[in-house]
Write a new protein. Structure first.
Length: 236
């Protein structure tokens, strides 16, 4: 439930209306009234935050007065000699991208347009579509197994997960001079036709998988994201 609350808050902050989010939740089998509960909790949180700020202001005022008294006292104490004082140390902090966490997995992604986040060892993009009000999922993950084994594993997983599906496209190709394989499925999920597209890329007997699942109405948008994600993936 905590993850769902965060998802609702994220969609609200992105500008989606309550009605849009309620419809998306309903289509995915969730209770749409959760949106109202999240909004009520937000109001309670704001009220509690105001009270905390008042208390914090009082504490800070007290701290300022206390600091003035301490500083006034220290002015009358003898200064420490330079010989006994500790040398100053310069501390430099460098900003590091979250994507650097994936160097050990054999790849990294660099893009300003697609807001990836790290979920369970993979890069994940999710968004609520304006076209179908359904959720778009684009994922990049890495497997230690060779390409053929991963293709079979994903195929078995799709077959066991969806009762109604058919393979619309399946072909071998190359990606940056590496062996690759693409599969495209059409599935039926909660009475909606959805597309699953998987691109498997071989690198040093391991496999990089770029995939998406989205409503068929959103396929043009998903293909656009898919191509951009593929262009921004660098194999290490």
């Amino acid at each position: 439930m905590n993850k769902l609350d965060k998802w609702i808050k994220a969609k609200l902050s992105e500008g989606f209306s309550k009605e849009q989010i309620k419809k998306a939740l309903s289509d995915e089998g969730f209770d749409p009234t959760l949106v109202d509960l999240v909004l009520q909790n937000n109001k309670k949180t704001i009220s509690a935050l105001k009270n905390r700020l008042i208390i914090l202001a009082i504490l800070l005022s007290s701290l300022v007065v206390f600091s003035i008294v301490i500083l006034s006292t220290l002015e009358h104490l003898p200064l420490l000699s330079a010989e006994n004082s500790e040398p100053e140390t310069d501390v430099i902090f460098t900003n590091q991208s979250d994507f650097n966490l994936f160097y050990d997995k054999g790849f990294f992604v660099s893009t300003d347009r697609i807001p990836f986040r790290i979920v369970d060892g993979a890069l994940l993009y999710t968004n609520l579509s304006n076209q179908s009000l359904d959720i778009i999922i684009l994922k990049i993950s890495k497997y230690e197994e060779p390409l053929t084994e991963v293709v079979e594993f994903i195929d078995e997983s799709i077959n066991s997960s969806y009762a109604s599906k058919f393979l619309r496209k399946s072909e071998e190709l190359t990606y940056k001079n590496r062996q690759a394989f693409v599969q495209e499925y059409v599935i039926l999920e909660r009475n909606y036709r959805k597309i699953i597209k998987n691109l498997f890329i071989d690198f040093e007997n391991r496999t990089l998988l770029i995939s998406y699942k989205c409503n068929e109405l959103d396929e043009p948008k998903c293909d656009e994201l898919f191509i951009e994600a593929t262009d921004h993936v660098s194999l290490v």
